[in-house]
Design a binder for this molecule. Structure first.
Ligand code: NAD
Ligand code: TYD
Length: 349
């Protein structure tokens, strides 16, 4: 049986990719490799664990010997690499873990794949999942395209940019079959509630303050996570080796407008008067070096591979709010322990 290794499969986007691949490709073994940091949660995959083509291995992408063994044991021919430290605020507090996981971890996987596929790399592919944040901040309009020069501004985006460069260096130097995609902000079920959308839905539900950075004027381009997973599937199977694909939904929202929409939807679903939770909006000190605007041009992906997003934002947001409100047990399990300490440190200073 053919094997695909998915790293970071217990995280937010990774769990959706694992679910899609396990269900869609029953004749392929899907190996989920994750070392279960605070962001990794096997509860995210409860519905796929009993599928015969699913395997989980707890392992660190920075551990060369372990990675090498997994690639060899499962005779892996495809790697979809999502494991990373992914939260900008955490990267501002502790940049070293970002360099370690995102740069050294990616390099470790690349080197192990190069060794594993040294004799025969026919049909093999290393797919690196990256972010639009590597392109920097759009202060003067326009969109990020695949050829926009890299200009990362946060420790997180700097570490992702470095990892992208290593992937392209391995393609160029060793002819490792590799490609990269850069996606805009994702939202949807199973996102760790340190990121804007799940954090605010949870705080609205609990009547807690909604900490809006600065004046709430920063702009993000939001994509439903299942649409990202579908794009990864299309690119993994049909993308051109060595290429880059931007993924986004042409769906830009100023933070404060998005927050007001989230409040209306959440209040309605909680049977509160619509807009009642606006009183929770609290403007707080801005994030250091806060990127003003991200916006992705995904025309290449649409014209070359036929991918388009399936959901309108209002529909996707309502689906997402409903999911968080009806999965309280999941929220409780991921917001106990370490999360409480993080929240105190981050928002009560
Ligand atoms: P996440 O933080 O929810 O999940 C990351 C996963 O990686 C977790 O399961 C964690 O346990 C695992 N992990 C971390 N360090 C590891 C290590 N050393 N070894 C093995 N596993 C490890 O992240 P996410 O939001 O799902 O993002 C996944 C990928 O997509 C990342 O590479 C991120 O840069 C990229 N991305 C995210 C977004 C977004 O909006 N969330 C947008 C574009 C790209
Ligand atoms: P986030 O979800 O952390 O994603 P990213 O920083 O990778 O885009 O944040 C999305 C936007 O929301 C970003 O402009 C920062 C802002 N934000 C807040 O205003 N308050 C918060 O508590 C958080 C977590 C984010």
């Amino acid at each position: 049986m053919k094997s695909i290794l998915i790293t970071g499969g217990a995280g937010f986007i990774g769990s959706h990719v694992v679910r899609l691949f396990v269900n869609k490709y029953p004749d392929t073994t899907i190996v989920n490799m994750d070392n279960l940091t605070y962001a990794g949660n096997l509860e995210n995959l409860r519905d796929v664990v009993s599928q015969p083509n699913y395997r989980f291995v707890k392992a660190d992408i920075c551990d060369y010997a372990q990675v090498k063994k997994i690639l060899s044991d499962f005779e892996v021919t495809g790697i979809i690499h999502l494991a990373a430290e992914s939260h900008v605020d955490r990267s501002i507090t502790d940049p070293f873990i970002f360099a370690h996981t995102n740069v050294i971890g990616t390099l470790t996987l690349l080197q192990a794949a190069k060794e594993q596929w040294a004799r025969d790399r026919d049909g093999c592919l290393f797919y690196h999942v990256s972010t639009d944040e590597v392109y920097g901040s759009l202060e003067h309009g326009g969109f990020f395209v695949e050829t926009t020069p890299y200009d990362p501004k946060s420790p997180y985006s700097a570490s992702k940019a470095a990892s992208d460069h290593f992937v392209r260096a391995f393609y160029n130097t060793y002819k490792l079959p590799a490609l990269v995609s850069n996606c805009s902000n994702n939202y949807g079920p199973y996102q760790f509630p340190e990121k804007l959308i799940p954090l605010f839905i949870n705080n609205i539900r609990c009547n807690k303050p909604l900490p809006v950075y600065g004046k709430g004027e920063n702009v993000r381009d939001w994509l439903f996570v299942e649409d990202h997973a579908r794009a990864i599937d299309v690119i993994f199977h049909h993308g051109r080796v060595g290429d880059t694909y931007n993924i986004g939904g042409f769906n830009e929202w100023k933070n404060i407008d998005l927050i007001r929409l989230m409040i209306r939807v959440t209040d309605r679903l909680l049977d509160r008067p619509e807009g009642a939770s606006e009183k929770l909006i609290t403007f707080v000190t801005d994030r250091a070096g806060h990127d003003l605007r991200y916006a992705i041009d995904s025309t290449k992906l649409k014209t070359e591979l036929g991918w388009t997003p399936s959901l309108q934002f209002e529909e996707g947001l309502e689906k997402t709010v409903r999911w968080y409100l009806s999965n309280q047990a999941w929220l409780d399990s991921v917001t106990s322990g370490e999360y409480q300490r993080y929240y105190e440190q981050m928002y009560n200073r």
